[in-house]
Design a protein. Structure first.
Length: 440
């Protein structure tokens, strides 16, 4: 991933030095376990840690060897032997390359999951703060992009909070599913390595043994993991698009923070564009695009092939690094978001009271008017307002057919904004639980 969309902690997980360090730990822990059951000398297992446990692997040297061997794990083992010496003959006993590669990937994806879970939690905290800040800030709800009925800006934030709480749950499950270890040897039969070795390495690395691994860990696990990242990216895009729409000049109910010295356009000095949310919208597309090849990796030949390998070398770093960056960016947007309640009220009033049309419809039906007739009565008074010809309440009061069913006082009561917000507390209690009551 390019530095522009990368953060150092996530990048570090995928750096060659980190990968080779994990490879070494897999091999060294396996040697410890082999020594415990008497397959190799205990002195050899100790020597492996002593001679290579604190070294910095020479990435250029490993690449040089790989240009000859055309095999990355063999290149690493050859370089490792340069540190260890004669005891290197005990390294990789009964193991196959996939034991190292797949277990390493499980460690990397688990560590990446921890960062992403923390990212989602930070976003949830920002959403919760803004939700309570604007819990009762009225704004217009829209369906099809058209004014519908009143909501609150706090409800918009609460809705996003609930969505990302589900994202967190999915990430926790995805981490659990991906965190498996395979040290089962060629074609996964344990013919040349004791299953106790796998259990020991798994425990040391914070993984669990893969129940049946053929020669590789089944790729349905990885498909689920990257699909989860794709769903979270879609949630980010949904939130970003809401902000982008609210920032449009004709709406301007909320706006990305515009810092001192920031420029919106090289040509038009007045511009303040939603560049951050547009950016994460694009990044979300990238993350989603990586879910499909992960799914296509599930169907491999027999006990293994390596058609999945090139895919995972790309999508492992790129998907996690991109999502990490996008989550941090959207969190910053929410944290600093400029909110304009006055503009929200202005937009609420823009259609001259039409947002209360359903209440009038229902009130008429409760007075004995058929639904079809009630709908026609309300609509015939609504359409002139839609065209900018008067206000809704005045037209209803002047309509003889409406007056037969509803008095002026009853009509006025139907235009109470508070009616639409009476269940906000209940919704917040559903979303935030006890913390909603604490802030009430």
């Amino acid at each position: 991933m390019i530095p522009r969309y990368s953060r150092p902690d996530m990048v570090a997980i995928w750096e060659p030095q980190t990968r080779f360090r994990i490879w070494f730990e897999i091999e060294a822990y396996a040697c410890d376990a082999l020594a415990k059951i008497g397959v190799i000398p205990e002195e050899a297992a100790k020597a492996i840690w002593e001679k290579a446990g604190n070294v910095s692997f020479d990435v250029a040297r490993i690449d040089e060897i790989e240009r000859v061997t055309k095999h990355d794990v063999i290149a690493f083992l050859t370089h490792l032997a340069e540190f260890i010496g004669p005891e290197a003959r005990f390294v990789h006993q009964g193991m196959t390359s996939s034991d190292v590669l797949d277990t390493c990937l499980a460690v990397q994806l688990s560590r990446a999951s921890d960062i992403l879970i923390a990212d989602v939690e930070a976003l949830m905290a920002a959403l919760k703060r803004r939700a309570f800040e604007h819990k009762m800030t009225p704004s217009i709800g829209r369906s099809h992009g058209i004014h519908a009925e009143p909501v609150t800006f706090g409800l918009k934030m609460a809705e996003a909070y609930a969505e990302f709480s589900r994202a967190r749950e999915r990430l926790v499950q995805a981490k659990k599913e991906i965190a498996t270890c395979a040290i089962s040897g060629a074609v996964g039969t344990f013919a040349n390595i004791d299953p106790r070795i796998e259990a020991y390495v798994a425990e040391k690395l914070g993984l669990v043994p893969e129940p049946v691994s053929t020669q590789i860990i089944p790729r349905d696990r990885h498909a689920m993991f990257f699909a989860t990242l794709g769903v979270i990216a879609s949630s980010i895009e949904r939130l970003a698009i809401e902000i982008r729409h609210l920032q449009r000049t004709e709406v301007l109910e909320a706006e990305e923070y515009f810092s001192e010295g920031q420029k919106g356009s090289s040509a038009m000095p007045h511009k303040r564009n939603p560049v951050l949310t547009e950016n994460v919208t694009g990044l979300a597309r990238l993350v989603r695009s990586m879910a499909m090849p992960a799914m296509e990796n599930v169907a491999l030949w027999h006990e293994r092939d390596i058609s999945h390998s090139s895919v995972e070398r790309m999508i492992g770093p790129d998907a996690t690094i991109t999502l990490d960056f996008a989550l941090a960016r959207i969190t910053n947007v929410i944290d600093k978001l400029l909110v304009y309640p006055a503009n929200m009220q202005k937009n609420l009033d823009r259609l001259g009271g039409l947002v209360h049309s359903q209440r009038v419809l229902l009130a008429l039906t409760q007075k004995g008017v058929s639904r079809e007739d009630a709908y026609a009565l309300v609509q015939r008074n609504a359409m002139p307002v839609w065209r900018g010809e008067g206000d809704f309440l005045s037209l209803l009061k002047a309509d003889a057919d409406v007056k037969k069913a509803l008095t002026d006082a009853e009509l006025e009561e139907l235009f109470d904004l508070g009616y639409h917000l009476k269940n906000v507390d209940m919704i917040f209690n559903r979303v935030f639980g006890d913390s909603a009551k604490d802030k009430a």
